[in-house]
Design a protein around this ligand. Structure first.
Ligand code: PAF
Length: 274
């Protein structure tokens, strides 16, 4: 496996290949990321992982500075998973000039849910993903469904800009107890980790109520917010949405339930399709 830090090195490494399959990450890799690499491997003639903590998608009050940077351990895991090339640029390489050209996704998709609570987040994500796909000349790019809205925003960006990239979504990996794998789980204390199981349990309850024929979405959402609050969480949202565009569902729509909540100072997100 080749680990490269500059665009020139990346281009040299990828020059012989026609179909890079790319897994963009911010590092601090867990089993969920490794499942993305495993999914990517048969989809291209070279497998590339990018590791870059993207300042543009963090608000000033968020965890950009403390976000765990574990390049050596990440590279060991990627090598073991059969990744061919790791692109881990410094900020001064990827944003050699201030990134004044940005990709602004439409408000209807990007200012709701995560975008409502993290203004500018999807502009930061789209801008860096557009750039990473260009740098790697990706023909396939693989993202986790844990970031459900992110996956949808990226799919639509690639489609509207007619980028020659297939976007592949991979199911969320969970611990045996049901906690969705996330780099931010590392911030949780033992007791918070226990408490964190309530998020997936709450989503599961809503999914089973909906599958059981419940149609009172507002009551299910409010009940879930209350349950989380009573257990000491600070929930941002629990929302039942239409799968196709994350808007308010109408009768007969295929649904997804999404949630974001803070336990202590750690903000976790999760979702489940119905
Ligand atoms: O999901 C992530 O890790 C990041 O948002 C991404 C897609 C790598 C862009 O920085």
């Amino acid at each position: 496996m080749h680990v490269v830090h500059t665009l020139a090195e990346l281009r040299e490494q990828l020059q012989p290949y026609r179909h890079p399959a790319v897994v963009p990450t911010m590092g601090n890799l867990h089993d969920g990321h490794i499942s993305l690499v495993e999914r990517a491997k048969p989809l291209g003639d070279v497998t590339v992982a990018t590791i870059f903590v993207n300042r543009l998608q963090f608000a000033p009050n968020e965890d950009f500075d403390s976000y765990p940077r574990t390049l050596e351990a990440d590279c060991d895991r990627l090598a073991a998973a059969g990744c061919d090339v790791v692109f881990a640029p410094k900020e001064s390489e990827l944003y050699a000039q201030p990134q004044t050209f940005k990709v602004h996704p439409p408000a209807a998709l990007a200012d709701i849910l995560e975008g409502h609570f993290r203004p500018g987040f999807f502009t930061g994500v789209c801008t860096v993903v557009m750039k990473l796909l260009a740098c790697t000349q990706a023909r396939t790019a693989v993202f986790g469904k844990k970031d459900y809205q992110q996956l949808m925003v990226i799919r639509q960006m690639v489609q509207q800009f007619a980028m020659p990239v297939d976007i592949v979504g991979v199911e969320t990996r969970r611990t045996a107890e049901g906690l969705a794998m996330s780099s931010r789980n590392g911030y949780l204390s033992e007791s918070q980790r226990e408490k964190a199981l309530l998020l997936s349990a709450t989503l599961r309850n809503i999914v089973s109520a909906l599958r059981g024929g419940s149609t009172d979405v507002a009551t299910l959402e409010a009940g879930a917010m209350n349950a989380l609050q009573s257990a000491g969480w600070q929930p941002d949202y629990v929302a039942v949405c239409r799968q196709s565009d994350l808007q308010t569902p109408q009768t007969g729509d295929t649904l997804v339930v999404l949630a974001a909540a803070r336990v202590g100072t750690t903000r976790l997100i999760d979702n489940m399709e119905v």
